[in-house]
Design a protein around this ligand. Structure first.
Ligand code: PMP
Length: 436
């Protein structure tokens, strides 16, 4: 490792110079575990970056990728097609809420978000409401790193160096530890924060707003769960003012919350859903936007016959290898019941196990739903806002990958995790947190 040259690779979202002084490298992965070259085993309590939902290195997916790469590795997708893309799209929309029957493919969550924002703008124009060009996001929201995504997102460092080129304003975030500390499942308090949308509509005018985009729960913002009734109220306000509602389900989709999508889990149907990550079990990059009939039909109907209806697309939209990986991923999800597993006994076990750490004096909040969780730590003044990073580094040394966000340790283990593995994870975390 010492002779590895780390200069050429400019690492994303990483303090490169610090990393280079002590690189953390994994060599292989299997199930819920990562392995260093030395053979040291690390529990991947974050499923990579909230994405390896069925666990690592699933041979069925590897095999499907291999076969597809040998059969049709690529073909142009503009004005041409391959059956697999259509079959996969047809299969995917079986999982989406009613009405979201169309899929636009990209390569990542960020591209799914950009595509959704552009679809929203085009929809508004198609129905003669072209003044609606602004978006409402939410503080602490994360919607990827492209220019639209950083504009609608609400994590300051993501746009501070680049500006906010797409017109956007933000709802207040809903993390209220004081009122909701140690709540299990969705927080009781905070539904009134949805009224913030009324305030922004009154301020800007509904005729200026194209869509509202939120994550059903904020992941990268620090596992912020929606207060009970919050998303339903956002939907009502959107309906009242004829605004589109986009759920960014890049993390919350594919079983994380106990249903195929959080929309279904929380009983709220958006007009579009963005997806990526778990869609291929993170094996091959793929992003998707699921689009409601009303949007698709309006865009199709507005374009003259024979014309391109939506001037947007990627060289790798519906890449055959990604589609094959996605199909094999769905096979596993179905066969192993993974898309609803988090709502069953394992989700309960996860909840109880996480909350068993509540007695530690360093812990000021624990929040969870499905198979996500966050442990909010009491940070010393000198490390406020950065304490999660310190805890995460110590957890890594102790054999656990957990994500530090602000002062929280955030987790989203692979959906295949078993009770004894949760036990081992919590034992390790207890030691790490006690020693902070
Ligand atoms: N949206 C959400 C909700 C995400 O969590 C992420 C990634 N963490 C993205 C979009 C961006 O996805 P990607 O990194 O694949 O571009």
């Amino acid at each position: 490792m010492s002779d590895l040259n780390t200069n050429a690779f400019w690492m994303p979202f990483t303090p490169n110079r610090t990393f280079k002084s002590s690189p953390r490298l994994v060599e292989r992965a299997e199930g819920i575990y990562l392995y260093e070259k030395s053979g040291r085993q690390i529990i991947d309590a974050t499923a990579g970056l909230w994405c390896s939902n069925a666990g690592h290195c699933r041979s069925e997916i590897a095999e499907a990728i291999h076969q597809q790469a040998k059969t049709l590795d690529y073909s142009s997708i503009f004005n041409f097609g391959h059956e697999l893309g259509f079959e996969y799209a047809e299969r995917l929309v079986q999982y989406t809420p009613e009405g979201l029957n169309h899929v636009f493919f990209g390569n990542s969550g960020s591209e799914a978000v950009e595509s959704a924002l552009k679809i929203a703008l085009q929809y508004q124009r198609a129905r003669g409401k072209g003044t609606r060009t602004m978006f409402i996001g939410r503080e602490k929201g994360y919607h990827g790193v492209n220019f639209g995504g950083i504009s609608v997102g609400g994590i300051a460092p993501n746009y501070q160096s680049f500006g906010q080129p797409v017109k956007a304003n933000h709802l207040r975030h809903t993390l209220d530890i004081e009122r909701n500390a140690f709540s299990k499942g969705l927080p009781e308090f905070g539904v009134e924060l949805a009224e913030d949308l009324e305030r922004l509509v009154a301020f800007h005018g509904a005729d200026q707003i194209a869509a509202v985009i939120v994550e059903p729960f904020s992941g990268a913002g620090g596992v912020i769960l929606p207060p009970k009734g919050y998303l339903k109220r956002l939907r009502e306000i959107c309906d009242q003012h004829d605004l589109l509602l986009i759920f960014d389900e890049v993390i919350s989709g594919w079983g994380r919350m106990g249903s195929p999508f959080a929309s279904e889990e929380f009983g709220v149907t958006p007009d579009m859903i963005t997806s990526a990550k778990g869609i291929t079990n993170a094996t091959v990059p793929l992003g998707a936007v699921f689009v409601h009939d009303k949007i698709y039909n309006a865009v199709m109907d507005a374009a003259p016959d024979g014309m391109v209806e939506f001037f947007h697309g990627y060289t790798y939209s519906a890449h055959p290898v990604a589609c094959a990986a996605g199909m094999a991923t769905l096979d596993i999800y179905e066969r192993e019941g993974l898309l609803t597993r988090a709502s069953g006994d394992i989700g309960k076990y996860w909840e109880e196990s996480l909350h068993s750490l509540a007695d530690l004096e360093q812990v000021i909040d624990i929040r969870n739903y499905g198979l996500v969780g966050a442990i909010e730590l009491r940070a010393p003044d000198s490390l406020k806002g950065k304490f999660g990073g310190k805890a995460s580094a110590l957890a890594w040394d102790a054999g656990v990958m957990a994500r530090g966000i602000g002062d929280a340790l955030c987790m989203s283990p692979p959906l295949i995790i078993e009770t004894h593995e949760i036990d081992r994870l919590m034992e390790t975390l207890r030691e790490v947190i006690s020693g902070l």
